[in-house]
Design a protein around this ligand. Structure first.
Ligand SMILES: Nc1ncnc2c1ncn2[C@@H]1O[C@H](COP(=O)(O)OP(=O)(O)OP(=O)(O)O)[C@@H](O)[C@H]1O
Ligand SMILES: [Mg+2]
Length: 392
């Protein structure tokens, strides 16, 4: 059996717990308070008295409406108090109290207070001032927003510049192709024709000379073929003359010959509203994607699909190879993929790079919306970039 505590012991314990309570509530900048069911203050710590500039006697027994100067703030805090007492659970709130014109933001933790029978008889609260933290957060947010705006602006500038450079590059290629075609082309043709004439006149008695002359003609013909291949690389003639689908088919035929992979092809023939610059952009994306597959993918199967939906034109190039790691895509040296994106962005389109079917390989998807910008058409010199439009 334990001894019953003597009255003196009980008094000591009470005195100790009061001292402890004071020590806890007095030594802090946080507001510590106890309220009854009607919101009247039963206990306030010195931090509260200091904030309101009033002794505790002027605050005890008061309701929010009586000591919080701003009625809207008082109402909001009162609602929080009610919520805690009704839910019977501790809750945390962000509250604002304006005293002498200075708004302070507080993080208030409120716990319901129960009597022995379990009835809620009020609440106990601790509020921490987070005004400075809040200000710092807001400043950080503003800095972040400003930073994001700067990045967006710089990116837009970079996109504009890249597209400008691409336009220049296409223009230059077209000029070079035209010169090769008109100047070198007629020279080589003249050589072949002249050499053939000379061959006719060569006496049969000079078999060595005849042989040499035939070699000259063969070399000139090879030069003509080389010229054609170079022009084709610089400016896809099929694209200009017959449109995107025949140009893609022809490119795929050559690609198959060099890689040994026969791509599955699905081409929508009757594409509507595809201007020549957009067609050139799609052709270049297909070219680069197929070059990438040949160089990097180690693929067995490839799909190339060109379709038109109400949402615009869709080009898909998919392989079942080793796939591209996410980090690789973000590498600043991934110029090919970056260039494709920039090209398509110039037509308000999107280019996505993701794993292919069953998470294997790579799928490049280009979407060109119907109401897109017309990209390279914005420069007058681009007229030379892709001449003619038959079939597009
Ligand atoms: N289809 C693919 N399958 C697997 N990896 C690929 C594929 N396409 C691209 N990659 C990877 O992504 C990287 C970036 O491709 P990107 O075309 O941007 O650059 P690149 O081909 O290396 O160089 P280039 O500037 O000549 O195009 C490649 O180096 C390769 O590692
Ligand atoms: Mg590449």
């Amino acid at each position: 059996m334990m001894d019953r505590p003597r009255p003196a012991d009980a008094e000591d314990a009470l005195r100790d717990s009061n001292a402890l309570l004071r020590a806890v509530t007095e030594g802090t900048d946080d507001w510590v308070y106890v309220k009854d069911r009607d919101g009247r203050l039963l206990l306030v710590n010195p931090a509260i008295c200091k904030a309101f500039g009033k002794p505790s006697e002027d605050l005890i027994g008061k309701t929010l409406a009586e000591y919080v100067p701003n009625p809207e703030e008082a109402e909001a805090i009162r609602n929080n108090d009610t919520r805690v007492m009704e839910s019977r659970c501790a809750q945390r709130f962000e509250q604002t109290i304006t005293i002498d014109g200075a708004a302070r933001t507080q993080l208030a933790t409120k716990t319901p207070r129960f009597d022995a029978a379990g009835n809620v008889i009020g609440l106990i609260g601790i509020s921490t001032d987070i005004t400075d933290r809040k200000k710092a957060e807001q400043a950080l947010e503003m800095t972040n927003e400003a930073l994001a705006a700067t990045v967006a602006e710089k990116t837009a500038g970079l996109t504009e510049l890249t597209q400008h450079l691409m336009r220049i590059a296409e223009d230059e290629k077209a000029k070079l192709a035209a010169e090769l075609h008109d100047e070198l082309g007629s020279l080589v043709t003249a050589i072949v024709l002249d050499a053939e004439l000379v061959l006719k006149d060569l006496p049969a008695t000079s078999p060595k000379l005849v042989e040499r002359q035939k070699e000259i003609i063969e070399l000139a013909r090879r030069a003509a073929q080389l010229k054609r291949r170079i022009i084709e690389g610089l400016r896809p003639l099929l694209l200009e003359q017959f449109g995107l689908v025949p140009a893609l088919r022809d490119h795929l035929r050559q690609w198959k010959a060099t890689t040994g992979i026969a791509p599955r092809e699905y081409f929508r023939e009757d594409l509507v509203g595809l201007d020549r610059d957009a067609a050139l952009a799609l052709y270049r994306v297909a070219q680069e994607s197929l070059t990438n597959i040949a160089r990097h993918a180690r693929a067995k199967h490839v799909l190339v699909k060109l379709d038109q939906t109400p949402a615009g034109i869709v080009l898909v190039i998919e392989d079942d190879g080793i796939g591209i790691a996410r980090e690789t895509l973000q590498r600043p040296t991934s110029h090919g993929i970056f260039g494709m994106r920039q090209r398509i962005a110039g037509f308000s389109g999107t280019l996505t790079v993701e794993p292919g079917a069953k998470g294997k390989g790579t799928r490049i998807t280009v979407h060109l919306p119907p109401d897109r910008e017309t990209g390279m058409q914005r420069t007058s010199s681009s007229e030379t970039a892709v001449r003619g439009n038959a079939g597009m």
